[in-house]
Design a protein around this ligand. Structure first.
Ligand code: SAH
Length: 211
């Protein structure tokens, strides 16, 4: 594995493109992405690209993972919710940035593989749940941050309800073809829009997502 070159890909793909949060850059450097990438595309693990997973899903591009993680402004003390576990990669990066991570995936086979990868990479403390992430995980709410890795027609109300005061949610909102990553902060009962960046994700399928 090209472990030695991790530092330079972080500079090239993230720092040079405006990700300046040192905690996020260090987290991205520490997580071994190759563990989360399927065998067949391992040599592409540190490329600037989304890569295919089983079940027609994708592991997000590193830049997008960094963008989401940065936008939550985590301090290390939070309990966070990661919706759309996929490979488990984003959950691992979040585990470097927060105290407690709950990740939810609707496809049991992906959740199972993600659990194994998280354990192999040293993130066994990430709690992977199987279920409809559009409904969140009310039993562990409120969250100090929520990261959604699939596109929704609107911010799922259940997720908004589970967000703590002053905390942020990052969610791609739009049509199945084109979305904006919206970053919203819950402030005084209202929502403050902090960021909106064009992105492309697989659809969030579920009760408060696409049917
Ligand atoms: N964060 C992932 C990216 C996964 S792609 C990574 O780092 O690899 C998005 C994932 O969201 C897919 O695995 C898809 O199955 C899942 N997904 C879609 N709708 C969902 C829902 N309602 N609840 C939970 N997971 C969902």
């Amino acid at each position: 594995m090209r472990v030695r070159s991790r530092g330079s890909w972080v500079d090239r793909q993230l720092r040079d493109r405006g990700i300046r949060d040192e905690r996020v850059l260090a987290a991205m450097e520490r997580v071994p992405r190759e563990v989360f990438v399927p065998e067949a595309s391992r040599e592409l693990a540190y490329e600037d690209a989304a890569l295919p997973l089983a079940c027609g899903q994708t592991i997000s591009q590193p830049y997008v993972v960094a963008l989401i993680c940065r936008s939550l402004a985590l301090t290390g003390a939070e309990r966070v919710l990661d919706v759309g576990t996929g490979s488990g990669y984003q959950a691992a990066v979040l585990a470097e940035l927060a105290r407690e991570v709950h990740s939810i995936e609707r496809i049991p086979e992906l959740a199972e593989r993600a659990r194994a990868a998280l354990e192999e990479a040293g993130y066994a403390r990430v709690d992977v749940h199987v279920g409809d992430g559009t409904l969140g995980l009310p039993e562990f709410a409120p969250y100090g941050g929520i990261a959604v890795a699939a596109a929704a027609p609107e911010v799922p109300p259940a997720l908004w309800d589970q967000l703590g005061e002053g905390a942020r949610i990052a969610v791609p909102v739009g049509t199945p073809q084109l979305q904006e990553l919206r970053v919203l902060e819950r402030a005084g009962g209202g929502a403050r829009l902090l960021e909106s960046v064009p992105v492309r994700f697989v659809p969030l399928l579920g009760e408060q997502g696409y049917s």
